[in-house]
Design a protein around this ligand. Structure first.
Ligand SMILES: C[S@@+](CC[C@H](N)C(=O)[O-])C[C@H]1O[C@@H](n2cnc3c(N)ncnc32)[C@H](O)[C@@H]1O
Length: 246
């Protein structure tokens, strides 16, 4: 399993460009959606891959769609969200559907498609659905560690520990599942947790970042001071990952 397809130096080289673009985003408040750390990583990956098609599952206000367009204007976007009433930005490069990814037939070349999941669904099921549909390049935004988050994430499964699901504030413990772990090990050709901008002392859940395995950050504390307008968003990082299936 390759874990270092994308290199921190290359990612960091794009940071200033994105920092300027971020100042011009059309939706000022994206609470409930991606903040600077994940928006940057998604924009970076889309810019590098520049796929012919993107399926964006989980659209919210549409700010992610706007950044996808900026990263790769040639890309046709298929936006899926059962709650289109929350959308503020609508793209002319996108088609919009409210059905779930699992039940749709996509008449597009899977080899030229990137699938971006930010829909808080079970990521193992999403991977199985992608295998059926032949999609191989995937991003998961909600890649929660074993003891946090409302969905079954790749990070939870690969941690190979008993894990927790937090549904509407109620935490429930589950036993680790070796079958799921083995399935991922057999099916992930690339699994890379993308780097945080900076690792603060505390996570968004106010526990310590140091208790989790996290890739090296892009910036140190002194460098971070050059990005003052986004420091309040720095905690909004949940190990977003890039995946290629075998
Ligand atoms: C965290 S928001 C997405 C934020 C968005 N990526 C952004 O930052 O601009 C999660 C979204 O997933 C949507 N959602 C819930 N279930 C879904 C499903 N089964 N398929 C696709 N989207 C779903 C919700 O309606 C919500 O808009």
């Amino acid at each position: 399993m390759i874990k270092n397809k994308w290199n921190n130096d290359n990612i960091k080289n794009e940071l200033n460009l994105f920092y300027d673009l971020y100042k011009h985003k059309p939706i000022a408040n994206n609470d409930g959606g991606m903040k600077f750390p994940h928006m940057f990583l998604m924009w970076y990956l889309v810019k590098q891959i520049s796929p012919r098609y993107i399926i964006e599952s989980g659209v919210w206000r549409g700010l992610g769609t706007w950044f996808i367009e900026k990263a790769s204007p040639r890309t046709k976007i298929i936006c899926l969200d059962p709650n289109p009433q929350y959308r503020i930005y609508t793209s002319e490069n996108a088609i919009y559907k409210s059905e779930d990814f699992s039940i749709l037939n996509f008449d597009i070349d899977p080899n030229e498609t990137l699938v971006f999941f930010d829909d808080h669904q079970n990521s193992l099921e999403r991977i199985k659905q992608c295998k059926i549909k032949n999609f191989k390049k995937l991003i998961f935004e909600d890649n929660y560690p074993f003891d946090q988050g409302d969905c079954y994430s790749i990070k939870k499964i690969l941690s190979n520990e008993n894990y927790v699901m937090d549904i509407n504030g109620i935490k429930k413990n589950y036993q680790k599942n070796n079958e799921d772990y083995n399935f991922l090990v057999e099916n992930l050709a690339v699994y890379q947790e993308m780097p945080p901008i900076f690792i603060p002392e505390f996570t968004r859940w106010n526990n310590k970042f140091s208790q989790y395995e996290t890739p090296s950050p892009l910036l140190n504390e002194i460098e971070l001071q050059n990005y003052s307008s986004i420091i309040s968003e720095i905690k909004d990082y949940t190990w977003m990952c890039y995946i290629e299936l075998v």
